[in-house]
Structures are given as C-alpha cells and as structure tokens.
Design a protein around this ligand. Sequence first.
Ligand code: ZN
Length: 150
Amino acid sequence: MSHESKTPLVLCLKCRYELSGFQLGDTCPECGNDINRLVDQTALSSNKAAVVISTGILSLLIFILTIVRFPSRNTMQWMSVAAVIGLIAIIYNVKVRDAIRTGRAPFSCLTPTKFGNVCGIIGFTLSTIMVVMLIVGSILISIFANNVNA
Ligand SMILES: [Zn+2]
C-alpha cells in the first residue's frame, strides 16, 4: 500500500483539476475558479462502491432464500425485489467503473465493486428468469386447464 492512495482525491468542481492540498478560499491553479466547496470525490465513489457490494449481495441472498423456501405464496414478490435490487447493483457498478476510469475513484474500489456486480448480475438474471418462468408457467397451466375443461 502506497502512502499516496490514502490522500483523499479532491477535484475542482469546474475543471476537475486535482486540488489535494488546497483549502477553501484558494483559487484553482488550472481554471481560476474560487474553491468554495471541497468535495472528496474518493469518499463519494467509495459510497457508490458500497452500494454495489451491498445491493449485489442482498439481491443474490434474497434469490437464494426465496429458492430455498420455494414454492411460497410470496415467491413472485421476492423474486421481483431481488431483480430490482440486482439491477441497482449493475447500474451503480457502471458509475463506479466510470469514476475509476476518469480518476475520481481509487483503483482499490475495483475488486469489491466487481464482486458486488457479479452477485448483482447473478441475482438479477436468475430472479428475472424465475419471474418469467412463473408467468409462462401460470399461462400454460391456465391454457391446459381450459383444454381439459373443453
Ligand atoms: Zn479548476
């Protein structure tokens, strides 16, 4: 671990010049913008990475718990919840990857974000497949029931 990676990354709100070491009231040396607000971009992106990890794991967890308890009256609802939460992980993963690529997030965010994203993709995909299968299954059952009655 290098010492530099612990320094918070603060960027100029106007030109995105790195302002680490500057203070409120200073002027951005790149564009002359008054520094009236310091936003730690690293902390913001770390929060987004935390969203990817927590929603990704949660999505997969809800899917697994719903499968274990299958069939249940609430299978459809929980699968939908898992799919939506998984989708949030996937969306925030794109944001964090973009932040890492443009230098607004530390590279150390990459591995945990990847892990959360993989969980989110699995949770989203399997839950969506289950929802589709339940819908198709109930349609087939109603068609079959109608044919039997006819
Ligand atoms: Zn600037």
